[in-house]
Design a protein around this ligand. Structure first.
Ligand code: PLP
Length: 371
């Protein structure tokens, strides 16, 4: 292929539409600090997500870090999570002086295996931080049940689950809070950005102050906050992209269907399952390459695609509990399913504008490698 194809390509609204969106800022000179665009995007996203409250943040990571802080968890407490995720999830726990405890994942949907969750609860456990991986929804019922039984907080990493619903309920309604990422590589983005969905007003107030240096009012600063404010240019990008995101998701669905059509039923290739009751956003198209059956390994498939200019990603690999910065601290052997999947998974290029000639070639390259 002549042109490089990346795993994703950021959605952009028509240029003129963005210019119109930011034009009023040349009148108001209000560029950040919870301005008009910020307020409007919060309102529109609450509607879109069907949640009571949305707090915008400078990025998804700060949304997660500050949510954990706003929950006021006991320092040193244990947070049960999974290692099959982006660096952000585990780092957010550690940077809050909390201790991650890794639960293995389900081989079927790559989210927390709730059959292994309860045995990890100790008297030090304070919260559960599960991840809706690739937009696959966690077992929210079982997580709620266990959290209620032991009095634990639940905060979801919903970075992959933009706009999804489970049995008609917006996915941001589960747990005490859900974090969304609006990074440029996500289905919906604000260039950099993120949000927290929550129900409790007191939590919301704490979160609001934490994203603005802990300032209560002009004369009182009573929290050790950070700066995680989304600026008006980011919010304007979000307002534009929100008008186009449904169309983008529909196009992504068609791309995913194309892959499914060509790659299903191949010995040694496993595709992501379709979850009952979930409206998918088609954020990712992971395949599991089982070398014993397919003939070649994930790494070989990835390499061969690269030789043709196709940059699929080993996402998620390595596991966060195997990161160099955590050397000697965690044992990746404790989560064998996650480890195995991390060796086998490859995320294929997926975005609305990915054309049929490219898709066809990507599939042909993969299929030609199979035994
Ligand atoms: C993207 C992502 C994040 C972090 O979001 P940013 O907006 O990039 O800070 C966290 N968790 C997961 C699973 C992600 O994919």
């Amino acid at each position: 292929m002549e042109k490089r194809i990346n795993v994703t390509r950021s959605l952009l609204p028509p240029f003129e539409e963005y210019i119109e969106e930011i034009r009023p800022m040349w009148e108001s000179h209000w560029l950040t600090n919870m301005g008009e665009k910020h307020q409007k995007l919060e309102r529109e996203l609450s509607k879109y997500f069907q949640v009571p409250n949305v707090s915008l943040m400078s990025n998804g990571h700060m949304a997660l870090e500050l949510s954990l802080q706003a929950l006021g968890l006991k320092p040193g407490g244990q947070v049960i999570t999974t290692p099959f995720t982006f660096a952000s999830t585990t780092h957010a726990i550690v940077r809050n002086n909390l201790e991650p405890v890794f639960c293995d994942i389900s081989p079927a949907d790559f989210t927390m295996d709730t059959a292994k969750l309860e045995e990890l609860v100790t008297d030090k456990t304070v919260a559960i931080l599960p991840v809706h991986v690739y937009g696959n929804i966690c077992n929210v019922e079982e997580i709620s049940r266990i959290a209620a039984k032991y009095g634990l907080k639940v905060i979801y990493d919903a970075a992959h689950a933009f706009g999804e619903t489970y049995r008609g309920v917006g996915i941001g309604n589960f747990g005490d809070a859900s974090m969304f990422s609006f990074h440029a590589t996500k289905v919906f983005h604000t260039i950099e950005g993120g949000a927290v969905c929550y129900g409790d007003a007191d939590f919301g107030l704490k979160l609001y102050r934490l994203k603005n240096f802990g300032i209560r009012n002009e004369e009182v600063v009573d929290g050790v906050g950070a700066n995680a404010k989304m600026n008006e240019f980011q919010a304007a990008m979000g307002l534009c992209n929100l008008r186009h995101v449904e169309k983008e998701i529909e196009k992504r669905r068609q791309v995913a269907e194309y892959y499914r059509e060509r790659l299903h039923g191949v010995d040694g290739l496993r595709l992501n399952l379709r979850q009952e009751g979930v409206t998918s956003n088609y954020a990712y198209f992971p395949i599991i390459v089982e070398k014993e059956k397919f003939g070649v390994s994930r790494d070989e498939v990835c390499q061969k695609l690269r030789e043709h200019g196709v940059y699929a990603r080993k996402y998620f690999y390595p596991l966060t509990n195997g990161f160099a910065c955590y050397k000697g601290r965690f044992d990746a052997g404790m989560t064998p399913i996650a480890w195995k999947i991390s060796q086998q998974v490859l995320t294929l290029p997926l975005y609305g504008e990915l054309g049929e000639p490219e898709l066809s070639q990507i599939c042909s390259i993969i299929l030609a490698l199979g035994s």
